[in-house]
Ligand binder design. Structure first.
Ligand code: S3P
Length: 173
């Protein structure tokens, strides 16, 4: 099985993915890390030196590569991955994949992203909490259409990492 974690920037895909992989004894794969490693550049460097379109092409390329060649992995996507090209079809049409949307409220995303925005090229330039709230609100509204196609949705607000992992495990039985 391939467990795919979907959700907005700051929804906890990597944090949850690492813990879930430990419990299942699966490998954890972070799509952004795969792209950065293969390109020999950080995600902000890819955006600034090669542009977002280049990044999106690589994102689809490595997504295809991983889901067609790996088993027993927890794969954490980038926040934008489900929303470009036919990425969500690639995920949903693969019988080995079980996908989970980590659903986090705007206030919670704001708290996390305000202090972690520097490595995220889409929001690193936003200079006030008001502007970041507005950006997240509009962006999440557009993106949630794609995220909601996942097999399962898990609300993350107010939950500990272990509780979220537990809820995912319960859906897998
Ligand atoms: C992006 C999210 C990032 C990364 C890139 C673009 C997006 O991943 O892929 O900066 O479009 O939402 P995280 O969701 O892990 O921050």
């Amino acid at each position: 099985m391939i467990i795919v974690l979907v959700g907005y920037m700051g929804s906890g895909k990597s944090t949850i993915g690492i813990e879930l992989a430990k419990v299942l004894d699966y490998d954890f794969v972070d799509l952004d890390a795969v792209i950065a490693e293969n390109e020999n550049l950080s995600i902000p460097e890819i955006f600034s030196q090669k542009g977002e379109i280049y990044f999106r092409k690589k994102e689809t390329h490595y997504l295809k590569d991983i889901i067609s060649s790996k088993i027993k992995i927890v794969l954490s996507l980038g926040g934008g991955t489900p929303c470009y090209g036919n990425n969500m079809d690639l995920i949903m049409n693969n019988n080995s994949v079980e996908s989970f949307y980590l659903k986090t409220s705007i206030p919670e995303l704001l708290n996390r992203l305000w202090i972690e925005k520097q490595n995220r090229p889409l929001i690193s330039h936003i200079n006030s909490k008001e502007n970041l709230t507005e950006y997240i609100g509009k962006h999440l509204f557009e993106r949630s259409l794609f995220y909601s196609r996942s097999h399962h949705s898990i609300v993350t607000d107010g939950k500990m990492i272990s509780e979220i992992v537990e809820q995912i495990l319960l859906k897998l039985i």
